[in-house]
Ligand binder design. Structure first.
Ligand code: AFP
Length: 329
């Protein structure tokens, strides 16, 4: 019989490779996984329990908030508050930072509790994204600025997708591990270890309906993707789910490129640096891919504010390099 490895076992095994490890990060990942299981359960019964739909409020970006967003936000925050190892949480759903009761906790966690919320009403894939930093050593009380660290300082990051199955991918800087939730036993089971993104792929993913707002270089690159060329397997396919975590997950497994550019509509891009772009960049880089804002590596951007936006081009090395040629031309 095939031996199954649970997420818990995998985390403990990884921790054992570091004799001095306190186990705090492992506990944090387990807490996130627990919240993910509860969110997954709720997502699956959302249609039946009438949890779908607007609750009438707006989030800090003026976007309408749905009940599942609030539920996911609460579940993740309460899971992170369980073990007194997280001092501060920054969530897409909260305007300011959320200080947890034990401010001596070692970790700062960014999260997008429910990415792709416009997919809720159509029962399409949504996700949760997380990114973990160490609180800087200081005798000063905890400040918001302590959370403004570049993505290169992440100690762990990952996402959970609630799709045709629930999957969780995470990295602690030692490759990307992928798990699938078996709902009958309530366990995330290892489905792929050390996932590698294909070096090149034939899928491009972007909101092409916004073409009119784009720079010329990007327009030309997309025309390149659509041109016929047997040697480079073009024309590429276009795929766009409208949930970055899901689009990046497909890119991770099948290769290609995901793009959310700056444009005349969104001069700084629309996706959030700290809880969308950095964690997904960490995953993609750990799998051998590339992530840039068009001129710099996403993970090297020094953040100025917790909710800031950035353009992003992320995916297979060769695809992103080709796009960069168009930007440099
Ligand atoms: P929400 O989490 O607020 O629904 O936003 C999802 C998202 O940030 C990202 O996951 C998608 O890729 C992107 O927005 C979709 O944006 P467009 O609707 O502008 O294509």
């Amino acid at each position: 019989m095939m031996k199954l490895t649970t997420l818990e076992e995998h985390i403990i095994h990884a921790q054992n490779k570091f004799p001095g490890a306190t186990g705090d990060l492992s506990q944090l990942l387990r807490d996130i996984a627990l919240a993910a299981k509860i969110i997954s359960r709720e997502v699956n019964k959302a249609g039946i329990t009438n949890i779908l739909g607007l609750d009438g409020a707006s989030n800090v970006h003026g976007e309408s908030v749905k009940k599942l967003d609030l539920f996911a936000n609460e579940q993740l925050q309460s899971a992170l508050g369980r073990s007194n190892i997280t001092c501060m949480v920054i969530s897409e759903e909260n305007e300011g930072v959320v200080r947890l009761s034990d401010e001596s906790g070692k970790y700062i966690v960014y999260m997008d509790p429910l990415d792709g919320s416009s997919n809720i009403d159509i029962s399409a894939t949504i996700g949760s994204i997380f990114s973990i930093y160490i609180r800087p050593e200081s005798k000063e009380p905890l400040r918001e600025v302590d959370a403004l660290q570049p993505g290169t300082k992440q100690v762990a990051a990952g996402y959970v997708l609630y799709g045709s199955s629930t999957v969780m991918a995470y990295t602690t800087g030692m490759g990307v591990q992928l798990f699938t939730l078996d709902p009958s036993i309530g366990e995330f089971i290892l489905s792929e270890e050390d996932v590698r993104i294909p070096e090149t792929g034939n899928i491009y993913s972007t909101d092409e309906g916004s073409y009119i707002y784009w720079d010329e270089a990007l327009k030309k690159y997309v025309k390149y993707c659509q041109a016929f060329d047997t040697e480079t397997n073009r024309p590429y396919k276009a795929r766009y789910i409208g949930c970055m975590a899901a689009d990046v997950h497909r890119t991770l497994l099948e290769g290609g490129i995901f793009m959310y550019p700056d444009s005349s509509k969104y001069p700084n891009g629309k996706l959030r640096l700290m809880y969308e772009c950095n964690p997904l960049s960490y995953i993609i880089e750990q799998a051998g891919g590339v992530s840039t804002n068009g001129s710099s590596r996403i993970m090297e951007i020094q953040p100025k504010e917790i909710h800031e936006c950035t353009p992003i081009y992320i995916g297979s090395k060769k695809n992103v390099e080709k796009l960069e040629e168009f930007f440099l031309a």
